[in-house]
Design a protein around this ligand. Structure first.
Ligand code: ATP
Length: 398
């Protein structure tokens, strides 16, 4: 029905970019990006009205998001190349503006478009050799100044190569090296680098991408004193295993995967260098506190558990209960002690859930005055349960 809306308004419509690429690679697709040759915002409003759904518009960029449902959001962009025949004439929208739109993209594999209009429905448009490069499994830029124009594309090239198991083309790899040599990152906002790093660290297995980053010396772009050594890779591998273990058990639970990998990279840095990396990447205050202070707390806590091992369940519970998933997984990735790892995993899967069955009202009933005594009693009951003494509500009441 979106295609029909294009015909009704007399506009050319295309689904473009990642959607078409993933379709040809037979991968699951999530985002749908549409380009309209004309006013994308007016088109999006028209579709939203027809489908009776919400639409968000960004006038400045000529873009809109049609929120079809919680799962389906359609991004709409305007490809409009206006020129005027003579001053004050009505603008004429050039027909091939889709080509100009696609030419602004990062890599050939992202330049495909599929027509959505009825008479040309499903026609694949490939101006830049995208199908060839998908077949060759190669990441290639469209032009030679691509990385100088936008250095974040260097991270994107590595991300896509890693995700699809593609190679970065020879010329493109040289362009990356040259762009790094001329210090193209000097004026790049830390926020944009951070956003790309988060995307790489959120991939299923980011390790090959991290290797590729270090092959190009990109870690030095983040901070000259950031070292990624064989020991770092060992912890990264361990993080991979830990996260896979977690995600198989807790399919529904989401947490910032990227943060675990990022903390592993910061692990060997001094506090000062970690702080400077956070500054460089413009990491917001809340996340910064987690990556610096809370990470140190977690590392110290792990050190305590390792040096006191074996520790009772009670001790383990109170040592870990205030750390959320990301830090528990980080500790599991970090430890080289198998028994400690097993204990932490047992904490996570089993006894972090241990809570007294009795409640405050039960205590009032037996004559305890509400106040600090409550917490003390309930914690003692919890401790006894952790040690396996109390398995029924009646025993707790005793
Ligand atoms: P993903 O599956 O990671 O979302 P995607 O290809 O959809 O992959 P997005 O980051 O959502 O990637 O970008 C959407 C489209 O915008 C891409 O297909 C790409 O063509 C274009 N694009 C994104 N970032 C850039 C950039 N820095 N330079 C040029 N084009 C870009």
């Amino acid at each position: 029905s979106i295609g029909a809306a294009g015909d009704e308004l007399g506009l050319n419509l295309y689904v473009v970019g990642g959607f078409v690429r993933d379709l040809l690679l037979q991968r699951t697709v999530d985002d749908i990006d549409i380009v309209v040759e004309g006013d994308g915002i007016a088109f999006a409003r028209y579709v939203a009205e027809k489908l009776n759904c919400r639409v968000n518009t960004h006038k400045k960029f000529g873009t809109a998001v049609v929120i079809v449902s919680e799962q389906i959001k359609v991004d709409v962009a305007s490809a409009r190349l206006e020129y005027y025949d003579f001053p004050a004439a009505l603008p004429i929208v050039e027909k091939s503006s889709i080509k100009r739109d696609l030419a602004r993209r990062d890599f050939t594999i992202n330049t495909l478009a599929l027509s959505l209009n009825a008479d040309t429905f499903g026609t694949l448009i490939d101006y830049f050799g995208a199908t060839r490069d998908l077949k060759d499994k190669t990441i290639r830029t469209i032009h030679n100044l691509s990385f100088v124009e936008d250095p974040t594309r260097i991270f994107r090239a590595i991300k896509f190569a890693n995700r699809f198991g593609f190679d970065i083309g020879k010329v493109t790899a040289n362009l990356i090296r040259n762009a790094i040599k001329v210090d193209c990152f000097k004026n790049l906002s830390g926020l944009r680098v951070l956003s790309e790093l988060k995307q790489i660290f959120s991939e299923e297995d980011p390790i090959p991408a991290i290797r590729s980053m270090t092959d190009y010396g990109l870690e030095k772009v983040i901070h000259p004193r950031l070292e990624i050594t064989p020991a770092t890779y060992q912890i990264l591998e361990s993080a991979n295993k830990t996260l896979t273990w977690h995600d198989l058990l807790y399919v529904q639970e989401t947490y910032p995967r990227w943060a675990v990998y990022f903390m592993v990279l910061l692990h060997r840095c001094t506090f000062k260098v970690s702080e400077q990396i956070c500054d460089r990447l413009m990491i917001p205050v809340g996340e910064r506190q987690l990556l610096l202070e809370t990470r140190y707390k977690a590392e110290n806590r792990l050190g305590f558990i390792e040096s006191n091992h074996p520790v009772s369940r009670q001790k383990l519970y109170w040592a870990l209960i205030n750390f959320n998933t990301v830090f528990v997984l980080y500790m599991m990735a970090l430890t080289k002690n198998e028994a400690v790892r097993r204990d932490i995993s047992n904490f996570y899967t089993q006894f972090r859930h241990v809570t007294p069955k009795i409640r405050g009202k039960d205590l009032i009933r037996i004559g305890v005055t509400p106040g600090p005594a409550f917490t003390k009693i309930l914690n003692e009951v919890r401790n006894a349960k952790l040690d396996g003494h109390l398995d029924t509500r009646e025993k707790e009441m005793d």
